[in-house]
Design a protein around this ligand. Structure first.
Ligand code: GAR
Length: 192
């Protein structure tokens, strides 16, 4: 499964998968790093089609299975995963996994943490709250994952302006643009 020349990424995603797509595109043809596995908890997630289109193995894992240490660690070992990249993955990463992959699990959050983080703060809910609080800027946070939602050490943050004319949709687009531009590059830095 592992060719000795590549570092292996596993992407965990629950939704549309636009970040997964950006990461896959970024590492296409890379001789040192590849996306080796996609894991989702949602059998209707768009990321499954992305995995199929790109011929990347994928696994659909239930919340109960994610809590089963042996099942999940066996899967990650099978694909010899070096870095777990959460890209819109909505389940909490269990403590055993954080312990087994120290500083090797990262997340992207669509806001400038510590603002607008924590359980229940994901996707458009974050942007709606940013808008209703009349923030003048928002952005993204790339961070290590620990046992709590959105609380691990920060790796990088990138900002964008929020204009009075912005809507949830336009903020979503601005934030996605930042995510697609920066997440693959930060992953590459971590693995190089
Ligand atoms: C991304 O904006 C990501 O930051 C966010 O979900 C979206 C997934 O989009 N993650 C969270 O809110 C985690 N708390 P995608 O499926 O198109 O990549």
């Amino acid at each position: 499964m592992k060719d000795s020349t590549h570092k292996h990424i596993a992407i965990f995603a629950s939704g549309r998968g636009s970040n997964a797509q950006a990461i896959i595109d970024h590492f296409k043809g890379n001789t040192a790093i590849k996306v080796a596995l996609i894991v989702t908890n949602n059998k209707t997630a768009g990321v499954i089609q992305i995995a199929k289109d790109n011929r990347i193995p994928f696994d659909i894992i239930s919340p109960a299975e994610l809590k089963e240490e042996e099942t999940t660690l066996d899967l990650l070992e099978l694909y010899q995963i070096d870095l777990i990249v959460l890209a819109g993955f909505l389940l909490l990463i269990p403590a055993y996994l954080v312990k087994a992959y120290p500083n090797k699990i990262i997340n992207i959050h669509p806001a400038l943490l510590p603002k607008y983080g924590g359980k229940g703060m994901y996707g458009s809910k974050v942007h709606e709250t940013v808008l209703s609080n009349k923030e003048t800027e928002t952005g993204i946070t790339i961070h290590y994952v620990n046992e709590k939602y959105d609380e691990g050490e920060y790796i990088a943050q990138f900002r964008c302006h929020v204009e009075p004319s912005d809507s949830t949709e336009t903020i979503t687009a601005k934030v996605h643009k930042l995510e697609h531009e920066h997440y693959p590059k930060e992953i590459e830095k971590l693995l190089s």
